[in-house]
Design a protein around this ligand. Structure first.
Ligand code: SAM
Length: 258
């Protein structure tokens, strides 16, 4: 039974890292006049209201998008996606990764989104109604394996679990190895938390051994409340596209700015 709802965490510093890197990676990919496939294994609801009771209860956006956005250059692709979403849904609207992706892509591209939670899935279908996305209420890892290698073959997969299922730490390296075997040109992006317990470390060691061509980018931020176990977040990218290393380095500066 899944209980995680991303609305309590939308716009936090981890989201900013993930969504900014996703927008940068897609910007490089759409620079070529060739179609691509976007797959997301854990999509969430796609669109968040930062003025909702749930978002205000934790107030996580206050330490994330509210301070970090001002440090992004005006022409950063993530900033452009944020502006597009606010223009359409209002000032408190915040795009989840499916919307960051859909607004970055073109009519010729294919979008596949998996979300298992019934309410999140229904909300996702609503948020994506005007986009030509395929939406599945299905296990995201199963979907990714079934779709790969996708048509078109060029493309990117985002895997953003809530790590509610503790086995994710053991299983993700196996899933990534299987997906990369079937789709050796795919760009695979994984978000992970940096935890005081170090629970993420073994997973990262295994991923690094299996995928020599990777980018690992990590940012640190204060815990949302005293004693909270998450002290930063990371993105592990297999087959990083040209330019992503520089975009990630720029993003690090933003997190370190006074
Ligand atoms: N990627 C989203 C974003 O950045 O806007 C946030 C996703 S949230 C961290 C993780 C989501 O995965 C939750 O909505 C949860 O219901 C869903 N989920 C959990 N296990 C899943 C699975 N095995 N397959 C598909 N969705 C799953």
């Amino acid at each position: 039974m899944l209980s995680y709802q991303h609305i309590y965490h939308a716009g936090n510093p981890a989201d900013v890292q993930k969504h900014a890197l996703l927008a940068s990676a897609l910007q490089y990919l759409v620079g070529k006049d060739k179609p691509l496939t976007y797959i997301e294994t854990h999509a969430g609801r796609g669109l968040y209201d930062l003025g909702s009771d749930e978002a205000l209860k934790t107030g996580e956006a206050a330490g994330g998008i509210s301070v970090l956005e001002r440090r992004l250059p005006a022409d950063h692709p993530y900033r452009q996606r944020l502006n597009a979403v606010r223009g359409r849904w209002g000032e408190m609207a915040y795009p989840g990764s499916p919307l960051v992706a859909a607004l970055s892509l073109r009519d010729m591209d294919n979008i596949h989104l998996a979300e298992l939670h019934p309410q999140e899935h229904a909300a996702l279908a609503g948020a994506m109604a005007d986009f030509p996305a395929h939406i599945y209420k299905r296990d995201g890892f199963d979907l990714a394996l079934a779709l790969t290698p996708p048509t078109p073959r060029r493309g990117l997969l985002l895997c953003d679990p809530s790590y509610e299922v503790k086995e994710d730490y053991q299983n993700i390296p196996k899933h990534f190895a299987a997906i990369a075997r079937k789709w050796n040109v795919g760009i695979l992006m994984l978000w992970y938390p940096i935890l005081t317990s170090g629970a993420h470390r073994e997973m990262l060691d295994r991923l690094e051994q299996t995928h020599p061509d990777h980018l690992r980018h990590e940012v640190r931020f204060p815990p949302v409340r005293p004693g909270h176990r998450m002290i930063g977040s990371g993105m592990f990218v297999v087959n990083p596209p040209w330019g992503l290393t520089e975009a990630a380095a720029d993003l690090s500066k933003l997190f370190k700015a006074p």
